[in-house]
Write a protein of this length. Structure first.
Ligand code: B12
Ligand code: SF4
Length: 542
């Protein structure tokens, strides 16, 4: 029995018959720092879910991440019993092409579809497959392959990011990924993940489970900084408390980037708890200044953001444009609110009725959906795909760009805001009465030292006063840069100039590497299609 699990094929973020240039395979450059030129964060994430699934099966499984069509075609010919494709809705056409290739080149292979794309209504009439997994995948595959559905969850060690660059300078990838659970009980009307997974399914049930995993990462890979893939990690307060207790008892301090709703943060009487927990980044759905979502009721967001940043916790706020109460005036209420929050990062996302959600159901009933808009254009960073009483599709594109530009112009480059947050965190923790918080000062200092050589280049290349003002403030608040940073400063400036030229004259595109990983195989496979433009990596896990 042989299984292939694959993501959809690249290239990504280009206009071709399968996808759109505005749909980049990059988190920040796609939907956060997209208008910030060379200050935009550039990196790729592996397809976490595929590695997670493979690790929890006992049959020989190959994971193919970001293949191109040629690589995928070669792989099909190896004669798999099952090929599982993971896809989201905007990548429907890619998944369809892949199913066609499998049927043509390996008719005996069974096709399994999984991921959020499976929520497309009447999918069985749109492409050919044998099994469909709508929702949680580990139990589904274990059942399909007659494995023990109740066996304990094994967590793979997965790189958080690849290809990390800022201002053209390569930054080390030093993060690991923790998938502590999927789904969220809040079920906000528009939210795809909470509707897709139903209530919360925990993979790591206790603080000890999370702590042990962090120790494994550190022991095996030297990784101490983690991104937690969990819609609302702190909702389980007991798990978080146990994790803090273990870190402090054993004096093994890890740090985390998390998603959290505001009501969850409100459960901790003192935000210093988050510093003790090592939280250095929170992604929080503000959605709108008007309290339209239960999870945000009663939250003083400007104060909360300020309080978090003053403790060294970078905040990403997320605001939805083209909501029902938005017209050409009220939309500015929310864009301006996002600016006032002055968080480190802002994600503006277009309201998107996604199949499976309550919002989709409502809009379908009300006849608001523009059902002829192709799936590859339903990604939230170009035009809306429903009728809005106040905005045309063209309007939606322009307002979105204006929102990103305004926030950037007013508050400065997110990169520099993050440095300022770290400076505040350093100050907060350095003289704190709690020794565990004092312990955290080292982490902030590391960021301050690493980013110091960037200051002159930021001053040189920033088009806005806001960014320059922030840099001058940072210089004023810190002791003079050590002489040894001079050489690095020259190197950073040269690389930033090169990147500026690349973006302006050529293209800002960057592609994720193709990666092939084998789980539960006895013999090592050799690399199949090395590419110059897309480095091809081969790993083996057992
Ligand atoms: C990481 C991530 C990304 C990464 C992509 C990494 C990658 N290599 O693919 C980045 C940042 C680049 C990204 C980009 C985009 N993303 Co994204 N992303 C996520 C995020 C935050 C986490 C995904 C994840 O790893 N989850 C953890 C794993 C364990 O869950 P999972 O992948 O869903 O897998 C589970 C099941 O689905 C199932 N499963 C999955 N695949 C398969 C396959 C088989 C065979 C089987 C049996 C089961 C199975 O089993 C797994 C375990 O239970 C989710 C939100 C979320 N919290 O899930 C959004 C999400 C998947 N993204 C989404 C979208 C829309 C996008 C973008 C269009 C940007 C945007 N506008 O939001 C772009 C598209 C980029 C492109 N060109 O394709 C949507 C998808 C909506 C939909 N219904 O299709 C989500 C749900 C967020 C949202 N808006 O609600 N994304
Ligand atoms: S709180 Fe966040 S993750 Fe949970 S349902 Fe609402 S939007 Fe989704």
């Amino acid at each position: 029995m042989k299984l292939l699990l694959t993501s959809v094929f690249g290239p990504f973020g280009v206009d071709d018959e399968y996808g759109r240039a505005d749909n980049k395979m990059e988190l920040f450059h796609n939907q956060v720092t997209r208008e910030q030129g060379i200050f935009s964060y550039r990196f790729h994430h592996p397809s976490f879910g595929l590695y997670f699934l493979a690790e929890n099966l006992t049959i020989p499984t190959t994971v193919l991440d970001f293949p191109d069509l040629e690589t995928f075609t070669q792989e099909i010919k190896k004669g798999y019993d099952y090929i599982g494709i993971s896809f989201i809705i905007p990548n429907f056409l890619k998944a369809k092409k892949m199913t066609e290739l499998i049927r043509e080149l390996s008719p005996q292979t069974k096709i399994i579809l999984g991921g959020h794309g499976t929520n497309i209504p009447k999918i069985e009439t749109l492409l050919s497959f044998d099994h469909l997994c709508r929702g949680e995948g580990v139990a589904f595959l274990r059942k399909l392959f007659h494995e023990d559905v109740d066996a304990p969850i094994k967590h793979p060690l997965i790189n958080g990011t690849y290809n990390k660059q800022i201002m053209g300078v390569t930054v080390p990838n030093e993060t690991g990924i923790i998938i502590s659970g999927v789904g969220c009980a809040n079920k906000c009307r528009f939210c795809a993940t909470s509707h897709f997974f139903g209530n919360y399914t925990p993979y790591l049930k206790s603080g000890k489970d999370v702590y042990d995993l962090c120790c494994r990462y550190e022991d095996e890979q030297g990784v101490r900084d983690f991104g937690i893939m969990d819609e609302n990690f702190l909702k389980d307060t007991e798990r978080a408390k146990e994790l803090v207790a273990l870190m402090e008892k054993n004096q093994r301090y890890f740090s985390f980037a998390i998603f959290s709703s505001a009501e969850t943060l409100g459960k901790f009487e003192n935000l210093d708890f988050l510093v003790r927990l090592g939280i250095n980044f929170i992604w929080m759905g503000v959605e709108s200044k008007r309290e339209v979502y239960e999870k945000n009721q009663g939250t003083d967001f400007p104060q909360l953001v300020k309080d978090l940043r003053s403790r060294g916790i970078s905040v990403m706020t997320s605001v939805i444009l083209f909501q029902e109460h938005h017209d050409h005036e009220t939309i500015w209420e929310d864009i301006n609110f996002a600016c006032e929050l002055n968080s480190d990062y802002v994600q503006f996302m277009q309201l998107g009725p996604i199949p499976g959600t309550k919002l989709y159901e409502d809009y379908l009933k009300e006849g608001k959906l523009l059902l002829d808009i192709p799936f590859e254009e339903q990604h939230g960073q170009d035009k809306i795909w429903f009728k809005h009483p106040s905005f045309s599709l063209e309007d939606s594109k322009h307002f979105l760009i204006k929102a990103f530009q305004k926030e950037y112009e007013l508050n400065g480059a997110s990169f520099v805001r993050m440095i300022e947050t770290s400076r505040q965190g350093y100050q907060h923790s350095l003289g704190h009465y709690n020794p565990h918080i004092r312990q955290r000062a080292k982490e902030f200092k590391k960021i301050l030292d690493l980013t110091r050589p960037f200051y002159p280049a930021v001053l040189l290349f920033s088009p806005y006063k806001s960014t320059k003002k922030l840099i001058r403030h940072l210089i004023k608040m810190q002791s003079p840069a050590p002489i040894k940073t001079k050489g690095l400063t020259v190197a950073v400036t040269a690389l930033a100039l090169k990147e500026q030229i690349r973006i302006k004259l050529f293209s800002d595109k960057r592609h994720p590497p193709q990666i092939r990983t084998q789980f539960n195989f006895e013999k090592k496979n050799k690399v199949i299609t090395p590419k110059k433009s897309q480095p091809y990596r081969e790993l083996r896990v057992n």
